[in-house]
Design a protein around this ligand. Structure first.
Ligand code: ADP
Length: 490
């Protein structure tokens, strides 16, 4: 199949979170199955700085955005290792900026215009393809306009005549809701500036466009597919999602075994696998030294890597931290985000010798934390899928998670009687439940080394790889191109 994937980020060319991992990994695994996969991305400054060997696909390319015309270049790059083709939309005014979406936690004021342009550029560039597109897979609000442009836009390129659209919701809390005054840039018929179209509480909602006009919706875990149909986690779109539930599936994200594998990880000082955890102790020692903690293997080391945001529960972590840190343990948190929570964590980090907060986005350190810690926490209020708990499982690091979304789908409580399970999950979301889940993990670590090892091994032997999960997308696309609409929650 000819698959066109459109996203605002993909690893390693641009990344702020799990969206980038998912789009990059899924595309490469689809290509491995033999599909022709092309990915459209903005050409950000961070992408340019990678000095890729791109060729010019279109120079002086005029993109019509409603009543405005914007000129850009389209650069093409073929990734040799995967044969995935990347098209970068190079528009300096919109994308040559220090960050992708915001600086100092403040959104760029023209985000609506930037991504409306990106969607129009994507649709219009397909005019020059010498093949017909079978599937357009769009991700999150930044690409939400595309299904609407294809279904209702004034001029649909003939290469898209047969194309079916899939829209994946990675996080329904981020909706791309902007003032209606931007609608004139969309290129959509004026009657769609209404509640049956993009209007959402007097604003224009780009995620709503994707939900209404795509042929099929997916989200990144089965549990999250149910949760977004509830008022608690649907962020105002739950009724609409419920209405569309017959074209909705929850497919768990995978992890890339070639990038996240404790047996080969180039960021680690030592390598290990499920049959021999000996060298994990050296990874721990290495991390303890790096954090200026005493390198004692018997002191439990807890880690967290996250966007520091309310969604991720790090405000709650900050509030219970002083109590937790009074125990004989060590903790390291790596992340950036909400300045207020960052400040709290920095203050605690200054006061407590056994806690380090590293305010950075650091790929190499993220691998070392996943490998070096004993326990890994993911206390998100809600979590569409979550990747770090799956990294932790693969690296023999015991996950402590809130039982929500993909965390609930991937973590199973350990059972001391049967020796089954791979971690601990808590519910409801509260500081008391979180603390008591941590205590459960710490108690197991300290009191029953045999069971501890068994639970770690259970997790390490599970298969969360894309190799295993990509087939569900393959089947979905195949059913769509054969016009046999897939059933709910495959
Ligand atoms: P989300 O996409 O909601 O931020 P996910 O768990 O799905 O959460 O994905 C987060 C991704 O970003 C993971 O690959 C994680 O390792 C990475 N990540 C998050 N924060 C950092 C950081 N400060 N440094 C390095 N990697 C990070």
């Amino acid at each position: 199949m000819h698959i066109l994937t459109v996203s605002s980020e993909a690893y390693p060319y641009s990344k702020t979170g799990g969206l980038a991992d998912m789009v990059g990994d899924l595309s490469r695994h689809l290509a491995k199955l033999g599909h022709d996969v092309r990915v459209v991305l903005p050409y950000y400054r961070c992408t340019r700085e990678k000095n890729l060997d791109t060729e010019i696909h279109a120079e002086d390319f005029k993109v019509i955005c409603g009543d405005k015309t914007v000129t850009c270049r389209i650069l093409k790059f073929i990734e040799e290792s995967s044969s995935v083709r990347f098209y970068f939309v190079d528009q300096k005014g919109y994308f040559d900026r220090p960050e992708l979406y915001n600086e100092n936690n403040v959104d760029y004021p023209d985000n609506a215009e930037r991504f409306i342009f990106f969607c129009n550029a994507t649709v219009q560039m397909t005019k020059y393809f010498d093949f017909d597109v079978d599937i357009i897979h769009c991700h999150d609000w930044q690409t939400g306009l595309i299904p609407a442009l294809i279904k209702t836009g004034f001029s649909k390129p003939s290469t898209l005549k047969e194309a079916k659209t899939v829209f994946t919701i990675h996080n329904i809390g981020y909706q791309g809701n902007y003032a209606m005054s931007n609608f004139h840039l969309t290129g959509l018929p004026p009657d769609l500036a209404s509640t049956s179209g993009l209007e959402f509480y007097q604003n224009m909602s780009l995620i709503k466009s994707g939900i209404i006009f795509s042929d099929f919706l997916t989200t990144v875990s089965p549990r999250y597919a149910s949760e977004i149909q509830t008022p608690e986690l649907g962020f105002g779109l739950n009724s609409l999602i419920k209405e569309k539930r017959n074209k909705l599936a929850g497919i768990l994200n995978g992890i890339d075994d070639s990038h996240w594998n404790p047996m080969t990880d180039p960021f680690l000082c030592c390598h290990y696998g499920p049959e021999d955890l000996e060298e994990k102790t050296n990874c721990k020692k290495n991390l303890q030294n790096k954090m200026n903690f005493p390198p004692d293997p018997d002191i439990p080391l807890i880690g967290g890597i996250s966007r520091i945001a309310h969604q991720k529960g790090y405000d709650m972590v900050a509030s219970v931290l002083p109590g937790i840190l009074s125990n004989d343990l060590q903790m390291v948190i790596l992340g950036t985000g909400d300045p207020q929570i960052e400040n709290q964590l920095e203050n605690i980090s200054r006061r407590c010798h056994n806690f380090k907060f590293i305010k950075a986005f650091d790929e190499s350190l993220s691998h070392q934390i996943i490998a070096g810690c004993d326990i890994f926490m993911v206390p998100s209020r809600y979590e569409p899928c979550g990747l770090t708990q799956m990294f932790a499982l693969k690296y023999g690091t015991f996950p402590v998670v809130h039982a929500t979304g993909g965390l609930d789908d991937t973590v199973k409580n350990f059972d001391p009687v049967t020796g089954t399970g791979n971690g601990v999950k808590f519910t409801p979301f509260s500081d008391i439940e979180f603390t008591s889940a941590l205590v459960k993990a710490l108690t197991l670590f300290e009191r029953d080394k045999a069971l501890w090892k068994r639970v770690l091994k259970n997790g390490m032997l599970e298969n969360h790889s894309w190799e295993h999960r990509v087939i569900q997308y393959h089947n979905l696309y195949r059913d769509m191109t054969r016009n046999s609409l897939p059933c709910q929650n495959r």
